[in-house]
Write a protein that binds this ligand. Structure first.
Ligand SMILES: [Mn+2]
Length: 483
């Protein structure tokens, strides 16, 4: 487990610990701020009141150390103590506004990363790109367009994709090129809808049937890299710009295009934040909040695949981000229909081995299915969940899996494509089936049973076929040869 140590009392320290305490992790805080210690302890965080420069307060090990104090001389002393205590840890130090260049240099000598909040203040002019060749390339690829830029997030976009798309639009608009952020599919999670709604983010649902790539000067992809793979663009659609942090599944053609894929970075929002800083563009309150939320969710509150650059970006954004809005996004109000759907889903669950399938009957809110599936995936020993319900004419199916042993998108296609349409990702997939003939099945109760049978039998059979150990067929177990 990654052990994180936060030394100090800055706003950054608070932001980081606030997020981190919500996820299981090994977090230590050493601060002189006794009020903060009390708050942290109430949240179950190991907080020690004392001088953050005093090694005797430190835990025995730490993988990531964040020094967050506004005074840079003090930051320097604390950083030196932390470095000597944890020579191999990733050390991130904040440099407050007004820190001299000499101090920043000294901090940089001891830290892996100095988060310099002055950088943005200093060059807030787009022309300041100077000798930054990469940013020059990005801007010139946008500037040369003959029409608006379409920035396409992957289907059913998550906060990272949403924020990155809106961020890239802001970059295009900063040089006077019109741009639109769009996505195919749905924004299913309540949190993600709250993100878009609360911050009033300019993001448009596109329609796969009517989307016309010709209407745009170019297409940019964020948080994914292949048209037609994680989005509903036709395969082979020409794409001019790709910004992503996922390791590419297949080689990406970089000829005559702007491609920036950084698999060591925790989120695309981090890359976009880096662009904004280097271009001197002020993201403003809403976009800062969205990007910060994108980083937080993709790194699971700075615990998963997090890099120094992610901390850096979070520190850049946090002074401008709207902390209250973030809180409301993280815990949106739950509607009664979501609670009812979850209750029915639990009651009617059909568990076979580690898979669960459940029919919740007639539904008014399709998103409740996805949320119920998410909740049920937390059940002990359950690794795959399928939740479905129906409206007047359609059965909607929402699936989730964890652990990576099953490609749920493929399972659902095998199970249900012949009687409807199915698709999605390895760990998150869905399907829609016409209710058709079984609609005639008498009362509501027997209709629910009929729908369950229709979906569950096909699902469990396809799942079993997908999890059949192929190794068994190639190499029969030792001594197990039956004639
Ligand atoms: Mn991402």
């Amino acid at each position: 487990m990654l052990r994180r140590l936060v030394l100090g009392d800055g706003a950054l320290g608070h932001t980081l610990t606030d997020r981190a305490s919500a996820t299981p992790g090994d977090l230590y805080v050493v601060t002189t701020d006794s009020g903060w210690v009390t708050t942290l302890r109430e949240e179950g965080v190991a907080a020690i009141e004392g001088d953050p420069a005093d090694r005797s307060h430190y835990p025995s090990t730490a993988d990531v150390v964040v020094v967050a104090v506004p005074d840079s001389d003090r930051a320097e002393r604390i950083a030196a103590a932390a470095r000597s205590a944890f020579p191999t840890a990733t050390l991130v130090v904040t440099a407050g506004v007004g820190t001299s260049d000499a101090t920043v240099d000294r901090l940089a000598a001891v830290a892996d990363r100095v988060v310099d909040s002055r950088a943005m203040m200093a060059d807030r002019v787009v022309g300041a790109v100077g000798d930054d060749a990469q940013m020059g390339e990005l801007l010139s690829s946008i500037r040369s367009l003959s029409g608006p830029l379409a920035v396409v997030a992957h289907d059913n976009p998550d906060p990272d994709a949403i924020a990155s798309a809106v961020g890239l639009v802001a970059i295009a608009e900063s040089i006077g090129v019109p741009a639109e952020a769009c996505y195919f599919g749905d924004i299913t999670h309540q949190e993600n809808r709250a993100l878009v709604n609360l911050l009033d983010l300019p993001l448009y649902p596109a329609d796969a049937e009517s989307f016309d790539p010709e209407a745009y000067g170019a297409i940019a992809l964020v948080d994914h890299a292949q048209p037609g793979v994680n989005d509903s663009l036709p395969e082979g659609t020409p794409v001019e710009i790709v910004v992503d942090h996922h390791p590419p599944r297949m080689p990406i053609d970089e000829t005559d295009r702007y491609v920036d894929i950084r698999p060591t970075i925790g989120s695309t929002s981090t890359i976009i934040t880096d662009y904004l800083s280097r271009l001197g563009i002020d993201p403003g309150r809403e976009l800062s909040t969205a990007l910060l939320y994108g980083i937080q969710t993709d790194t699971k509150g700075f615990t998963r695949e997090v890099s120094a650059a992610d901390f850096d970006a979070a520190a850049t954004l946090s002074p401008t981000a709207d902390a209250d809005a973030l809180k409301r996004i993280e815990s949106p109000s739950v509607t009664a229909s979501v609670v009812e759907t979850l209750a029915t889903a639990i009651e009617r669950r059909d568990v076979r081995d580690t898979a669960l399938a459940t029919c919740v009957g007639a539904i008014t809110d399709r998103d409740a299915l996805a949320q119920a599936a998410d909740e049920l995936l937390n059940m002990e020993s359950i690794t795959t969940v399928l939740v479905y319900g129906y409206t007047d004419d359609t059965i909607y199916v929402s699936g989730r899996t964890r652990g990576g042993s099953v490609d749920l998108g493929a399972v659902l296609r095998n199970a249900l494509d012949r009687i409807g349409s199915a698709g999605g990702h390895a760990n998150m997939a869905g399907a829609q089936l016409p209710l058709g003939i079984i609609r005639e099945t008498g009362d509501e109760e027997s209709l629910t049973d009929a729908v369950h049978e229709l979906v569950a039998e096909r699902f469990f059979a396809a799942l079993e076929a997908a999890t059949e150990p192929t190794a068994y067929m190639v190499n029969p177990p030792l001594g197990g040869r039956e004639e």
